[in-house]
Design a protein around this ligand. Structure first.
Ligand SMILES: O=P(O)(O)O[C@@H]1C[C@H](O)[C@@H](CO)O1
Length: 368
């Protein structure tokens, strides 16, 4: 494969074969960071990040004698990742890309794979493997890539998380949702999140799309919320309202897109509930969720949407129904991650088209 060197802010990164996709590899970016370190303030009292010291870039180091470490210990349930730190991560990205996206996309399981996925459809793209972004977590789940990709979807500038972070990976909820705040400070106003989910609603079939109109935050009921801990008003209020989390206008546009694509027969609107995972649900749990009015169940999205709403972003999310939730004690069926990934891949073209058209509508609406 041929590769040309191109200049990004005076330093070099590798340019792909077609001249439109720039992949920053780990080694290049480590060099880049050392040459041009982001100003990152960590802990309290604030400390300037020094890439030549032993400080880790991933924010996962444990407390040291000199005081609290970076943005907090990885497993703290309380978010003390400062506004300044998120700002510095956003600045790190802004210094290295020229586009200024207003729409941020999070790709769910099966939609964030290695080839043919949404992020691959972006043109003029620059991608940052997560491990090369200061303080970013890194994904551990098979089938989830770990890249932040900037580029154009159709002619709309977007930034796209190809791979997300889940609570069951061991990250606290605030850390799972930390990239949403980075998006916010990059300038994103609209969050579009997708996920894979088990279908509880009898009308849903595997492969259907459910536009999320509301959620039940089971983790929140159990006293776990991404906004726990000190609140910085620069992000948003201490007690944000969440009852209008899934924007009615964007949902209307999504339904228009479904009509235009002639996929109304596989498109629904319903209630999503988050569980902690990684174990799938028992039959009793599924029956309980059904009785609560849940249409689909998954392991993500809710903490991202709460974080986005907290900082004033417009949010929209949808589920791909990758499996039917088992409700029958006589059944031998068992949900598994492989079928989740397979269904995501099968539906990739439809979902890509769905998101591309929706993004265009949002952009046109913003311009009006
Ligand atoms: O990232 P999402 O919510 O799409 O992933 C779902 C939940 C688990 O990560 C996985 C289970 O197969 O799919």
């Amino acid at each position: 494969m041929s590769s040309a060197k191109i200049a990004i802010n005076g330093t070099s990164a590798t340019n792909g074969t077609n001249g439109t996709a720039k992949e920053m590899n780990g080694a290049d970016l480590k060099k880049l960071k050392n040459a041009n370190p982001p100003k990152v303030y960590i802990g309290s009292p604030q400390k300037e990040f020094n890439p030549s010291s032993n400080d880790s870039l991933d924010g996962n180091q444990s407390p040291t004698e000199s005081g609290p470490p970076c943005c907090v210990e990885a497993y703290s349930p309380y978010n003390s990742c400062t506004y300044e730190l998120i700002e510095s991560v956003a600045q790190f990205l802004l210094d290295r890309v020229s586009i200024r996206p207003k729409i941020g996309i999070i790709c769910g399981s099966g939609m964030d794979g290695t080839t043919g996925c949404l992020a691959d459809a972006l043109t003029d793209s620059t991608s940052f493997p997560y491990e090369t972004i200061p303080y970013f977590p890194t994904p551990t789940v098979p089938g989830h890539m770990g890249r932040l990709v900037f580029g154009y979807l159709g002619d709309v500038p977007v930034m796209c998380m190809q791979g997300r972070f889940h609570y069951y990976e061991g990250y606290p909820l605030w850390k799972c949702a930390m990239p949403v705040r980075v998006m916010k400070l990059v300038g994103v106003t609209h969050l579009l999140a997708s996920n894979a989910a088990g279908g509880l609603n009898d009308k849903y079939r595997v492969g259907d799309i459910m536009i999320i109109k509301d959620h039940i935050n089971l983790l929140g009921f159990a006293g776990n919320n991404p906004l726990m801990g000190p609140n910085d008003e620069r992000f948003g209020p201490r007690f944000p309202a969440i009852n209008r989390a899934y924007d009615v206008n964007v949902r209307r546009m999504a339904k228009q897109v479904a009509t235009e694509m002639d996929i109304n027969n596989i498109t629904h609107e319903g209630v999503y509930s988050v569980v902690g995972g990684p174990s799938f649900e028992t039959i009793a749990e599924i029956r309980m969720l059904g009785a609560l009015g849940v249409d689909a169940v998954g392991m993500s999205t809710v903490h991202e949407v709460i974080t986005a709403r907290h900082c004033g972003m417009t949010s929209f999310a949808f589920s791909l129904i990758t499996n039917k939730s088992v409700t029958d004690y006589e059944s031998y069926e068992e949900p598994n991650h492989e079928e989740v990934i397979d269904m995501g891949k099968q539906r990739e073209p439809v979902l890509k088209e769905f998101i591309t058209r929706l993004v265009k509508k949002i952009e046109d609406d913003r311009d009006e």
